[in-house]
Design a protein around this ligand. Structure first.
Ligand SMILES: [Mn+2]
Length: 263
């Protein structure tokens, strides 16, 4: 039984500054999730240095980094080599920031390619990237999305099967309750199905806003996370939330910590 969960929230590239980290620390977060979209090779060292300083100065962990190649990138022949290289780069960035995870969202394959072929090629390339993940001791974590954002992997069930078919050591799974609310017949059943592969979780609501203000069965979600011995971060990621970001993060964290304490 897990006694206490770790909490984080997404910080976009434009917010990688002391005031954001100070705010996250004072709100009581354990870590932050960083998306390095469109990171250019020449920016890498400076960003890593800055994040090292920020996490040290404010005593926050980096739960995971995003912005590396997507599953689609890995599965399109013309992009494969470049995507593996970029995947390696993100694994090494994660390693140097002591982050256990490099995220890999599913995303949308173009209509001219067959889904099965994209998945087959992505599997071959993931096996190659897995060797680097083993060396860096960082997990590649696949994020299934909802039908409006991906035509590849949408449910926990199909993603677990895909990962099990890879035979890799470091490719694992994440669950985003917002996407799951659209795709899963039963959210609790799907969460239980993730078993030992679950590395990371994104929380918001069915409407993308504050946890606890919609229809996601949070009590049940927390009981399941604890019963499966979940050790990763619970990370807040809003979808289209209109309020003040940090105020929202603060309210969300209070609710999530309360559930964590009573369940
Ligand atoms: Mn997400």
């Amino acid at each position: 039984m897990v006694k206490s969960l770790k909490f984080g929230a997404v910080i976009s590239r434009g917010l990688l500054e002391p005031p954001s980290f100070a705010r996250m620390k004072s709100l009581g977060f354990d870590g932050v999730e960083v998306f390095l979209w469109q990171l250019k090779a020449e920016e890498k060292d400076a960003i890593v240095r800055r994040l090292r300083d920020l996490t040290r100065d404010y005593g926050l962990r980096i739960s995971d980094i995003g912005g590396g190649p997507s599953l689609v990138d890995m599965g399109i022949q013309a992009k494969a080599e470049e995507s593996i290289e970029r995947g390696r780069e993100f694994l090494s960035i994660a390693r140097s920031l002591d982050s256990p995870i490099s995220l890999m969202p599913s995303f949308m394959a173009p209509p001219e390619v067959k889904r099965e072929e994209v998945l087959k090629r992505a599997a071959e390339n993931l096996r190659k990237l897995d060797r680097f993940a083993q060396m860096e001791e960082v997990d590649i974590v696949i994020e299934p999305l909802n039908r409006y954002e991906t035509n590849l992997l949408r449910t926990m069930e199909e993603t677990v099967k895909f990962i099990e078919g890879l035979g890799t050591e470091r490719v694992r799974l994440m669950a985003d309750l917002y996407h799951m609310n659209i795709e899963e017949a039963s959210l609790p059943f799907a969460l239980r199905r993730t078993g030992g592969l679950l590395d990371h979780i994104h929380v918001s609501e069915n409407h993308g806003g504050l946890p606890g203000t919609g229809t996601i069965p949070y009590g049940e979600v927390f009981r399941i996370l604890k019963s499966i011995g979940y050790k990763g971060f619970v990370s807040i990621e809003f979808h289209g939330y209109q309020g003040d970001l940090f105020e929202g993060y603060g309210k969300a964290l209070s609710y999530l910590r309360l559930l964590d304490a009573i369940l």
